[in-house]
Each structure stands twice: as C-alpha cells, then as structure tokens.
Design a protein around this ligand. Structure first.
Ligand SMILES: [Zn+2]
Ligand SMILES: [Zn+2]
Length: 765
C-alpha cells in the first residue's frame, strides 16, 4: 500500500518503511521525537532495507505529515511506504536493536552516509569549558562526524564500525539512551573518558609547523602532511621529501575571513567551502602564500576545517581564545594540507604503515587509535559555469549514489587507468567509489581492490555483470576479466559521454564530445578529441580532432616539446624545430623519425594543449598530468577571438592554423594562450553545432579531462547556448577519468538488461 495515507486507514496502527540515507544520521531519534510529539506508541528500528517503524495512536496522520516534512540534516529519504495494520495496544515508543545484515536475495537497500564536517552544536561543545567534550578531538553527534570511512558493513551500528572497541562510559551511554539528546543513538558518540585519543597535543603540532617542520596527521580518511603555507622553505622542503616537483598543493585555513587574505572566493565558492562535505574548492589565488604551494598557477585549492582536530589546531594557533572566537576571526595560520602519499602512491591510513612510510617525510607523526576502515582523499570541487562540479570525488561525497532513473541489473564497472574509481549499481542507483588514483604502483592496486570490496560490503550486493575499458592491458581490465562475470568492454570516450548522460538523467541518445588525454579507440588508435553519439550501450564516432604524431609514444605525454615538434611536422615546418626547441637534445632525432613518418598518431585534445604550450614556450616538460594545459590556462585573462584559427571538414576539426600562427609569429606567452583558448572555443562550438544540426540533437554532453580547464568549459558552454544548444556539464561526477566507471556501468546496464530479464524469467519458470 505504498503512498497510503493514515486517513485511508480504519486501523489506528501504521507500518512505515523508509529507504535512502536513513542510517547513522539520527533518523531513529528523530522518529522517536515526533512520535513523542503526537503521543504515539510503537517502535523504530534499522534493518537491511533502511528504517522500519510502527506507530499507534490517534494522531498517526499528523505524525506521517511531520515525517514527510522534516528530516535530520544528513538524511535523504528516497521512498516511504505506508501500510495500515491492526492495533497492538503497546505502550510507549521504543528504539529497537537493528535486524541483522542483508538477506542473501540482495534485498539490502540501505546505505551509509558520507562523512560530514563537525556540526555547529558540536563546535559549541568543543569550545565550551563546561562541556565534557571541551577540546576533545573526536566530538561528534548524529548530525556530524565520520561514517563511510569507519564502517565495514551494514547496518550502520557501532559494532560494525571502528568505534566498536570503545566502550561507552556512563555519561556517553546516558546520552546515547536519552531521547532528548543530540547523541541519542549516535553510533559515534565518545568522550575523553571513553573514546579515541590523539597521541600528541594540538599545541605541539602547531609549534612544530610554526618552526617549519612537516607534520603527518591522521585525519578522517587518511594521513595528511601539514606545513606552514606561508613559508617557502617549508613548502619547498615538503616538495623535496614527497618527491613532488610541481603539482599544486591544497591549503587549509580557519574560516572565510582567513581565506579572503590569500584568495578571492565568489559567493558560490564561499558557500561551497562551507558545505558539510568540506571539499577542497579551487578558486582564484591572490598569490600571497609561498610560491611553491601552486607554482605558475593562478588558482589555489582551499578547504576549511572539517574534523574537531583541525579546529583545535587553529584554536591553538590563535593563542587559545575563550569560547568559539577561533571560528570566525581571521587567523594567519594557513597550512598546506596534502594527502600523505609518498611518491604518488595512495594516501596512508594505517598506523604501522604511517610509521614505516612517512618517517622519511614527516618530522612528527600524529596518530590516534580510531582506525580508518576505508581510506578517502579529500574531494576537490570548483564552481564551473555557475554551479559546483566535482574534480575529484572522495571524502564527504562517497558513497552518495547517482539515481539512474530505473531499476536494472547490478553491474560493477572498473573504470580506466588514471584517476581510477569503481562503480557498483544496485536497484536504480549507481554508487561510485572514492577516488583511488592512478593504477601504476602496487599500493594503488591494493587500494583498488580494497575500495571495490568495501563498496560491495557496505552495499551488500553481488554484481551479475561487469564492465571495463577497451584497453586490454589496463590493470582494471584484467581485474574485470578475473571476476568471471559477463563483461562489456566500453570505449573510453563513449564512457565519458555516457557518464554525463547518466548523471543528467538522459534516457535516450545524446551527442557528446570527450576532450581528453588518452583512450583507446575501437581501431586501437590513441583517441582523445572525439565527437560521439551515445545511446544505451551503442555509440558512433561522428568526428574527431585532426591527428598529430604522438612523437615518442608515452614520452610525448610527459614532454610537451615532443608534441611541439609533432605540430611542426603537421605544419610542414620541421626545419624550425632546432630553433624553437634548442634545449631538447633529442629534437634532431625526433625530427628524423617524423620525416620518415614513423610515428603513431593521436586525436588527443590533451596533446594538442601540450603542442600549443610547447610552441608558446610555456611548458616543455611536465612533472604532473595536465601541467602544460594548466599553465597555459593560468596565463589567460580572457580568451581572444582569432578568426581562421581552425578548419572543419567532414567532422574533422583541425587547429593547425592557430598552431601555425603561434609557431611563426611568436606572439608572446599570454597572447598565445588567449588566442589558443579563443580558437578552441570557437572551433569546438562550430564543430558541435554542425553535428547537432546533422543529427537533430540539442543536448550536448561535455566530457573528458580537458573540461577541467574552466576557460574552455565555460567558454564552450556559453558559445553552445548562444547557438541554441543545451550543454550538459559534468557536476556530480568528475568530467575526467574519475567518471569513466559510471559511464561504463550505465552502458553495461543497457547492454545486459535483456539478458538480466531473460535470466529472471527463466528462474520464474
Ligand atoms: Zn555534531
Ligand atoms: Zn564517554
């Protein structure tokens, strides 16, 4: 009797089932409080489908209205089913123990909330000398604190989290049982008398950082390395020890007033900074922190404190003011906060591992005795084309699902090779793992498997089908093959487009571009600037960028000067290579190779950026993926129109005219960057418009890693709207390879839907 109202019901007892994010978020105490408000008896409990409750009394209808109207802060209700049942005549209202984990038929539909930043009420406790949580680094309640990162399985009960080993003291047990308390049935409740402990004093951490030291601190999703963001010596030393030359670091500052001193936050960015998921928000830098924080870039990633310990650090740095004075006042203490991951490995989260792997990196290692069950990096977001978009999706966002709009078979999709994620679908929802990283070292492969198993465990689901990339040599592909499940191999850029279609709820076909680094085409070619029509599990290539030689294979991606030489080859100007790249000792050799035409070719937009950056003299070698493109973007104040900067013929978009101008006229770095971006926007918009008209499409998915370039993505979105088209921008899932697993999953569900239906009807016979 889904959707029945209590007034339809002659009986005075209701059974109500709620699905969604309803566990570990204070739902049962919330139900208890409204039942008390209306004087109802009955019970509420968690089970494998969510929350089940029964209420009895004269005001059931009012109760139901309140239940539909109000929700606790971290809850999100997807469905309410109401059933009228016979009165039992029980007295009082009770919160019952959870029913056990999911039944084998896979009915488990409940979920675990994402980790949430310390709430305002807990901050009051933290800085209230009269509170037993005063200055306690692990204060939480039902509205805040870790969830995903401490849970091993469902339902979300203390015994299935890393809080299990801490036995509540009398005070905590009283709060836990007190229906008037914010900690009523708060599974994470703990205090200095009974809970986890930090093994160093916050003041000692601040002193070390102020003295220029590097401190590893165990946080919510793993260890972070902290150092003084205003000290060039400290930041440069962190780069040296972490063997990270140039890739930008994120910083943490106390509050909005502190951020304003070194960055320019728009209203939307300031709002995003304060979101309870507390992502790193990329915004315009004032350039007043140490230059090594984000070398040669004009944007900076910033986050605000999200764990009580962070607040305690800023409190100590401010000289221990009384009450919550730390929370709003500008604070000069700004720290680099970067995942503790030596040499590009995933972040460290295990305590013994931390001692072993971080001893050469950190001067001080600060741990605590609450284990991290699932590691998760900080999420990274930006305001793109007027609204928030994920660039990396992890802590605070995983495992919030994407609604696929319809039921379907459970599939697991293993993503690509870089910025890896795993997606598992259950019912009508897709759950994307936290960001795992590039699958190029043993530790990352371990994390990949760990994230996959954890996802299956917290979803209590057994996938029937799998999906992976077309590339046969990716670790993720081989892992998918080893599952033994029926497998769909999905072209990389089709997956990019399908991911955007999935998050925007597009059911039929969609036209999309994937402007990207690398993905294998169905001709085994090196694709990366693709125009595709994607619908269900089918896709068609309508166009691509004019190919350039991938000069030196994989090395081309690390050494943009090689793409500069490849561009000269395309211009018939190889003779200019020695003059343009005098410091590249192998340039002569490469010229010979290209003269013979002996090189594979690529349609990659990422490599086109490299070529432009090299010809403009902006970046000849890159230390991290996307560096040349990011440095080129950083030079742009506004993209400049450059008539005739591209050619379009039979779906092939060719930017050799603009490259030719940059190589020949040498207009200076800034002008080169601005006209290159201008030509890209105009060229891509023209290209897309032609395909849209030819195919009768108006919605255009804008995917691929190059869409992280805001000048390009915002300029292109605007240009498409001016042409009467509707751009779809990746928001909930990154536009880069972090979103590929979602696209693979959506296409695999379409591919296997018929098979799944057959299986189901066969088992019914
Ligand atoms: Zn709280
Ligand atoms: Zn306690």
């Amino acid at each position: 009797m889904a959707g029945a109202t209590a007034r339809d019901c002659s009986a005075s007892r209701l059974r109500v089932r709620l699905r969604g994010t309803v566990q570990g978020v204070g739902f049962r105490p919330f139900v208890h409080s409204i039942a008390a408000r209306y004087g109802l008896s009955g019970f509420v409990r968690n089970d494998s489908e969510g929350v089940l409750l029964e209420v009895e009394g004269v005001s059931c209808a009012e109760f139901l209205e309140a239940l539909r109207r109000e929700t606790p802060p971290l809850a999100s209700v997807d469905g309410i089913d109401v059933e009228c049942i016979g009165a039992r005549g029980d007295t009082g209202f009770s919160i019952l123990e959870s029913a056990g984990p999911g039944d084998p038929a896979g009915r488990t539909r409940t979920r675990i909330a994402a980790d949430a930043a310390t709430c305002a009420a807990c901050l009051d406790d933290l800085f209230d000398p009269a509170s037993r949580f005063h200055l306690y680094p692990f204060v939480t309640c039902t509205h805040c604190g870790p969830r995903f990162t401490i849970a091993s399985s469902l339902p979300f009960d203390r015994m299935r989290t890393s809080m299990a080993r801490f036995h509540m003291c009398r005070d905590c047990a009283r709060d836990y049982r007190d229906s008037g308390s914010r900690r009523f049935h708060a599974e994470t409740v703990a205090c200095p008398a009974c809970g986890p402990r930090l093994d160093h004093d916050p003041a000692a951490i601040v002193t070390a950082i102020r003295a220029g030291k590097i401190v590893a601190v165990k946080g919510i999703g793993g260890y972070h390395l902290l150092c003084d963001a205003r000290s060039e010596a400290a930041v440069a030393e962190l780069r040296r020890r972490k063997a990270r030359d140039a890739k930008p670091f994120a910083v943490m500052a106390a509050n909005a007033a502190s951020v304003a001193r070194f960055a320019e936050a728009s209203d939307a960015e300031a709002e995003l900074l304060k979101h309870r998921s507390r992502p790193i928000v990329v915004m315009k830098s004032r350039g007043s922190l140490a230059p090594s924080v984000a070398p040669r870039l004009n944007r900076i990633g910033i986050m605000l404190p999200y764990a009580p310990l962070h607040h305690l650090l800023f409190h100590a740095a401010a000289g221990f003011p009384s009450g919550g004075a730390t929370l709003e006042a500008a604070n000069d203490f700004v720290v680099v906060s970067t995942s503790a991951n030596p040499g590009g490995e995933p972040l460290v989260f295990d305590d013994s591992d931390a001692k072993r792997r971080l001893s050469g990196v950190a001067d001080l290692i600060v741990g605590h005795n609450r284990a991290i069950v699932a590691r998760a990096d900080d999420s990274v977001m930006a305001v793109v084309d007027g609204a928030p978009a994920f660039l990396r999706r992890a802590r605070g966002a995983a495992p919030e699902p994407i609604d696929l709009g319809a039921e379907g078979p459970s599939v697991v999709a293993f993503g690509a090779h870089l910025k890896s994620t795993v997606t598992v679908t259950r019912g009508r929802e897709a759950f994307i793992s936290q960001h795992i990283g590039d699958l190029d070292n043993a530790e990352s492969l371990r994390f990949f498997e760990e994230a996959y198993r954890h996802l299956l465990s917290i979803l209590a689901v057994t996938p029937e089908f799998a999906a992976c990339d077309l590339h046969p040599d990716f670790f993720s592909t081989r892992f998918a093959e080893e599952t033994g499940l029926p497998l769909l191999r999905v072209q990389h850029h089709a997956a990019h487009v399908a991911a955007i279609a999935a998050e925007h709820g597009v059911k039929d076909k969609v036209l999309g571009v994937a402007l990207d680094g690398y993905g294998m085409g169905d001709d085994r070619g090196a694709w990366g600037g693709e125009m595709l029509l994607v619908g269900g599990a089918r896709w068609r290539r309508l166009g691509h960028l004019a190919p350039l030689a991938l000069a030196g294979g994989d090395r081309a991606a690390r050494e943009p000067w090689r793409m500069g030489v490849a561009a000269l080859a395309a211009l018939g100007r190889l003779d200019a290579a020695p003059r343009l790249f005098p410091h590249a000792p192998l340039a002569g050799q490469l010229v010979e190779t290209l003269r013979r035409g002996a090189s594979i070719r690529t349609t990659s937009m990422g490599r086109l950026f490299d070529a432009a950056a090299a010809l403009a003299g902006v970046c000849l070698e890159q230390r991290y993926e996307g560096q040349a493109a990011m440095e080129l973007e950083a030079l742009v104040r506004a993209p400049r129109c450059f008539p005739g900067g591209f050619r379009l013929s039979a779906g092939v978009l060719d930017f050799t005219p603009i490259l030719s101008f940059i190589a020949t006229e040498r207009p200076g770095q800034r002008v080169a960057a601005e006209i290159f971006h201008g030509a890209l926007i105009e060229g891509c918009a023209t290209w897309i418009e032609a395909a849209a008209r030819a195919n009768g499409e108006t919605r255009i998915a804008l995917g691929g890693g190059c869409m992280m370039n805001r000048i390009l993505s915002e300029g292109l979105a605007q240009a498409l709207r001016a042409r009467g088209l509707s751009p779809l921008v990746a928001r909930t899932v990154p536009c880069n390879d972090g979103g590929v697993s979602l696209g693979q999953a959506a296409m695999a569900r379409a591919a296997f839907a018929a098979e799944a239906t057959e299986k189901e009807s066969a088992s019914c016979v």
